[in-house]
Each structure stands twice: as C-alpha cells, then as structure tokens.
Design a binder for this molecule. Structure first.
Ligand SMILES: Nc1nc2c([nH]c(=O)n2[C@@H]2O[C@H](COP(=O)(O)OP(=O)(O)OP(=O)(O)O)[C@@H](O)[C@H]2O)c(=O)[nH]1
Ligand SMILES: [Mg+2]
Length: 317
C-alpha cells in the first residue's frame, strides 16, 4: 500500500492561548511516535467520536483543562514513513483549570514568535505558521498620495490589523521604496508585519520581511530560498496554483475570489463551496479573499480558512 493510500489516523490537537496570547506546548515522551519533539497537545479521535469531543477529552486527560471556547484553525494530512495522520487543529482561547502535564510530560507557555525556536514533528510546519499568522490581513488599495497611504494604514492599524501587505502597482519603483520605508516604522510601532507585493529582486533589495507573489511570480519562482525574508506567500485561484505553493513550501496563500468584487467584475467567484473544496485539499494556511470582511470571519473559519484578507474592508475604516 502506498503512503497516500494508507488510512489517515484522525488526531485532534490545539493551539491553546492564555490571556497574554502565549501558546502552550508539550514535549512528547521519548518512547512515543515523534518522541522528544514538542507538540500541540491533543490525541487520537476514537471511532465514532466527534472531533470536538475528542479535543475536549484529550485536553482534559493530558492537561486537566476544560475547554470553554474553540474554533477550527487548520487541517493537515501528513504521511510519515511509518504512519499517516490527519491533524485537525483548533484554537482554544478560553478554558477552565490550570494546564499541567498530567502524564508527566513537560509543558511550556511560549510567545508566537518563540515557536520558531522549538523542534516539532515535520507535519507541524504549517501549524506553526498558522499559529503565528493573524486572522485578518490588509492588502493596501489605492491612495491619492504618500500621506494618504500613511493615514489609511494608520487607521487600519488602529482598527487592530496586524499584517499589512503593501500593494501599489501604480507606483514607480522609487516611490514604492520610499513608501515602504515610511510605512515600516508605523507598522513596527503597532507590532504589525509589513509585507510587499512586488517582484522578488525588489523585495530582497528592500530587505522585506514578507513577500506576496501574484500568480505570474508564483509560476516563475524556482525555489523559496530565492527570497531572503521570512514569510513567502502567494495569490492562488485554483488547485494547480495551490499545489505549486505547497510544493515550494510557501508559508500561506490567499485564495480568490470567494465573492464578487468590483476590482475583478468579470471573474466568476468560487463561492463558499468552491472555496471549501479547494481549501480542504490545501496543506498550508489559506486566506479567503474577494469581497471579504470582518462579517465573513466565522464563515471562513468554518470552511477551513486561516481568516480573511481584504482591501476595501479596512482601507477606509
Ligand atoms: N498531539 C499531537 N500529535 C501530533 C502533533 N504533530 C504530529 O505529527 N502528531 C502525531 O499525531 C499522532 C497523535 O498521537 P498522540 O500520541 O498525541 O495520541 P494520543 O494522545 O491519543 O496518545 P496514545 O496513542 O498514547 O493514546 C502521533 O502520531 C503524533 O506523532 C502535534 O502537534 N500534536
Ligand atoms: Mg497526545
């Protein structure tokens, strides 16, 4: 039987957050599968058991906590040499009790940034990205001049946006660079990430931390190491582009258009069902894009999305 034909062992796991947005990690016992590595607490779903019940049961058994609120974060099928798992990961942001290692396993609360310092099983790469990425992503729209770009970005930061993707195809390169340099301290001060949507060489020259590729740049990219920054993502529209993004080990994608948008009036929307079908096959965090806003977050999460990305929703807020 080939690895991909093997039965997937369904596992419920949790990114558990405390009031300071720290995340709970546990260390797997040395004698277990992937022993000695750090994990998001959880365990196997029993036959006939609803996955949410399995999550509650496992977190009580392993940590002594009672889940009060949870939402889906990401689902990752992964084929190890010896077994195949479907990691069904939730965010748990409210719980009762003091989390402690009831099975003797070491546990540790860490910041989202610190996750990068820990060793996890190979399947966890996209889960770590999902735990570090926000639920809402702003893509900049048009503005009258640099001052208008800055003012609009400041308002979005004040609305709680923590990821800004600078997209300004109308600007000459020198103006784009100047704008990037002016936006950077604003975003830094708010604890937000500033990414760019531009060509690879320019992103590297700017020393950008995050680069978002359009579909043409995704098709041209040879290897993700060509980008010198930390976060590399792409705009996807179909299964082939999603597969390419996964093959290149990108950190996340946007998938669009979910709904009708004025910016792409002639493109047929995917609709929520089309989005869910594609997202279900993806092995990296996926943002719903196209006519999206705060009101769509729950619907996006229910279809397997990381969250929503938008221009109009927050570019005038
Ligand atoms: N809980 C958890 N399991 C993970 C993670 N990443 C990952 O690959 N796995 C794999 O998913 C499977 C989950 O198993 P588990 O050992 O937690 O299961 P369990 O709590 O029911 O334990 P048990 O088998 O001793 O009863 C293991 O093969 C494990 O290696 C993760 O972040 N958290
Ligand atoms: Mg377990």
């Amino acid at each position: 039987m080939s690895k991909t034909e093997r039965r997937l062992i369904h596992v419920a796991a949790a990114v558990i957050l405390d009031g300071d947005q720290r995340i709970l990690l546990a260390r797997r016992p040395d004698d277990k599968h992937q022993g000695g590595l750090w994990e998001f607490p959880g365990g196997k779903v029993e036959a006939g058991e609803p996955v949410r019940d399995a999550l509650d049961r496992e977190l009580f058994e392993e940590l002594g906590i009672r889940v009060r609120s949870a939402r889906p974060l990401i689902q990752i099928p992964h084929h190890y040499a010896d077994k195949s798992v479907l990691l069904d990961v939730f965010v748990v942001d409210r719980f009762d009790g003091q989390a402690h290692g009831r099975e003797g396993q070491p546990v540790r609360w860490v910041s989202a940034q610190q996750l990068s310092d820990y060793s996890f099983p190979a399947a966890n790469r996209p889960i770590v990205a999902a735990a570090q990425l926000p639920a809402r992503m702003l893509i900049t729209g048009t503005a009258t001049d640099a001052a208008d770009y800055l003012a609009r970005t400041e308002r979005a930061l004040a609305c709680g946006l923590r990821w800004v993707m600078l997209r300004a195809p109308e600007l000459a390169e020198a103006d784009f660079c100047e704008l990037y340099r002016q936006l950077l301290p604003l975003c830094d001060a708010a604890g937000a990430t500033l990414g760019v949507n531009c060509d690879l060489a320019l992103a590297n020259r700017l020393g950008a931390q995050a680069l978002h590729l359009n579909r043409h740049r995704l098709a041209q990219l040879g290897t993700r190491d060509a980008f010198k920054g930390e976060w590399l993502s792409a705009s996807c529209h179909d299964a082939a582009e999603l597969a390419r993004a996964a093959e290149l080990q990108l950190d996340f994608v946007t998938l669009s258009p979910v709904a009708h948008t004025d910016s792409h009036p002639d493109t047929r929307p995917l609709g929520w069902q089309g989005f869910a079908d594609l997202c279900g096959e993806a092995t990296l965090p996926v943002y719903a894009l196209g006519g999206m806003g705060d009101k769509d977050l729950d619907a996006a999460w229910a279809r397997g999305a990381q969250g929503v990305a938008a221009i109009s929703e927050w570019w005038g807020c």
